[in-house]
Design a binder for this molecule. Structure first.
Ligand code: EPZ
Length: 417
């Protein structure tokens, strides 16, 4: 099992190029199943979850040419409609093939995602919404067996709760539903807007009517498509926090600062100096870190995927901070490990209280999930001495070349077998 060895503490200085977005790439790859035409996708991040999604598409019959900087996807061959547990269990976004398979073939058998460290990850909202498009489903042996005997039929659907995955599954499925579908109370993360751009490039007819309301008019044929995936705003936010916590001076490249407004405002409140350029953000960390209280929320609120990372920064604040995790029921797995490094964080339900003034000590650590593992690196970068981080397969699911990118700006970090 591979580990990371991190020697802290030192300031990070230089430029970091941000990769394509994992959470935009996954629904776009799933949506490609709708098409029998040629699809060219660029700027996909080279991370494990994308590899897993590619295997999943290939297991369904996709022919995928993997070039250095892009993929060519051809889905015209006869298709299987079975997404197996062994692929979906490691990457819950595998459930996103359910919508396109139903839309294209009228039936699908997809493994239930199963829970993970951060929560049970149910899909009840996906399934109830799909049944409003005429889908009949049953659940047995850990699989969803779904059919649309008369094809999908457009309908008005109001999501009972904001769900990124459910919004994506329904957006994709509705593209082939007969007639018009209106989805309300949608998630509106930038990755969903990128998915909308991709689907419309393919020839789908999607129009956002108001903040969380979208209209989809069903179509029945698509065209060759070429799309470059947006940047990864969570990776960008992670490196901005790395610059702040190491009192560094980092330029984060290939980003759209407008999509990081909430994070930038928070980092300024905490005391970092930030300069915005067209596709670049400069952050200069400050010795004095101010405490704040925040809660995670759907876009445009503070992203739950940056909660572990900002918590590490707030451990260094001069006074007490509080973080409320409003999206997932168990997303404080990093707290135990941070306390072992000298943080003083207590949890009460979905609220963490961070004492501040932590003097992180290097330690041997255990990663539990994707974002928790990167928060341990941030703490290790701020601790004198050698830290070891185990189970970094969590990290490799969503961060491309993290040790290479960090080494380039002065981190003493290496992967050991
Ligand atoms: C997406 O997960 C992201 N994953 C997550 O990023 C991200 O944390 C999450 O959205 C919230 O922004 C991808 O895009 C691949 P949800 P998703 O449906 O779609 C509950 C990362 O680190 N819910 O918006 O699974 C659910 O349990 C990952 O990159 C239901 O109850 O998130 C959660 O509490 C982690 N029933 C809340 O809604 C459902 O049918 C939000 O989940 C669906 C969701």
């Amino acid at each position: 099992m591979q580990k990371l060895e991190v020697f802290g503490a030192n300031k990070l200085k230089g430029k970091i190029k941000i990769s394509g977005s994992k959470n935009a790439s996954l629904p776009i790859l799933a949506a490609s199943l709708l098409s029998n035409k040629k699809i060219k996708l660029k700027n996909l991040p080279k991370v494990k979850d994308i590899e897993t999604m590619i295997f999943l598409l290939q297991s369904l019959g996709s022919r995928i040419l993997i070039k250095k900087n892009h993929l060519i996807i051809d889905n015209s061959r006869q298709f299987k409609k079975f997404a197996s547990y062994n692929l979906v269990k490691t990457m819950r976004a595998g459930i996103l093939v359910l919508g396109p398979l139903l839309a294209k073939f009228g039936s699908a058998k997809v493994s239930l995602p199963g829970g993970c460290a951060i929560g049970t990850r149910p899909i009840d909202i996906h399934l109830k919404a799909l049944s409003k498009l005429g889908v009949k489903y049953s659940i047995s042996n850990g699989y969803v067996n779904a059919i649309a005997p008369n094809g999908l039929k457009g309908n008005k659907i109001n999501f009972p709760k904001i769900s990124v995955g459910a919004t994506e599954n329904l957006l994709i499925a509705a593209c082939f539903a007969k007639g018009t579908t209106i989805l309300s109370n949608c998630a509106i993360e930038p990755e969903i807007k990128d998915l909308t751009i991709f689907l419309n490039k393919m020839g789908c007819k999607i129009k956002w009517l108001s903040k969380r309301k979208v209209k989809i008019i069903g179509v029945d044929n698509l065209k060759n498509t070429d799309h470059s995936v947006m940047f990864d705003r969570i990776e960008a936010g992670t490196y901005l926090i790395a610059g702040a916590i190491t009192e560094g001076n980092l330029n984060i490249l290939n980003v759209n600062p407008k999509l990081l407004k909430t994070e930038i405002d928070i980092l300024k409140k905490v005391g970092a100096k930030i300069r915005i350029f067209q596709n670049e953000i400069k952050i200069i960390g400050n010795k004095k870190i101010n405490n704040i209280n925040l809660k995670t929320a759907p876009w445009p609120g503070f992203p739950t995927d940056l909660q572990a990372q900002i918590m590490v920064l707030l451990c260094k604040a001069n006074k007490k901070s509080k973080i409320k995790e409003e999206i997932f029921e168990n997303r404080f797995m990093h707290v135990g490990e941070l306390n072992r490094m000298g943080a003083k964080i207590s949890i009460n339900g979905n609220e963490a209280t961070i004492e501040g003034n932590a003097n992180f000590k290097a330690a041997e650590l255990m990663a539990t999930d994707l974002r928790a593992s990167v928060s341990l690196i941030l703490a290790a970068l701020n601790s004198k001495g050698k830290s070891i981080i185990n189970r970094i397969y969590h990290l490799d699911r969503g961060y491309e070349n993290i040790e290479k990118k960090l080494k380039k700006v002065g981190a003493k970090i290496k992967r050991i077998n």
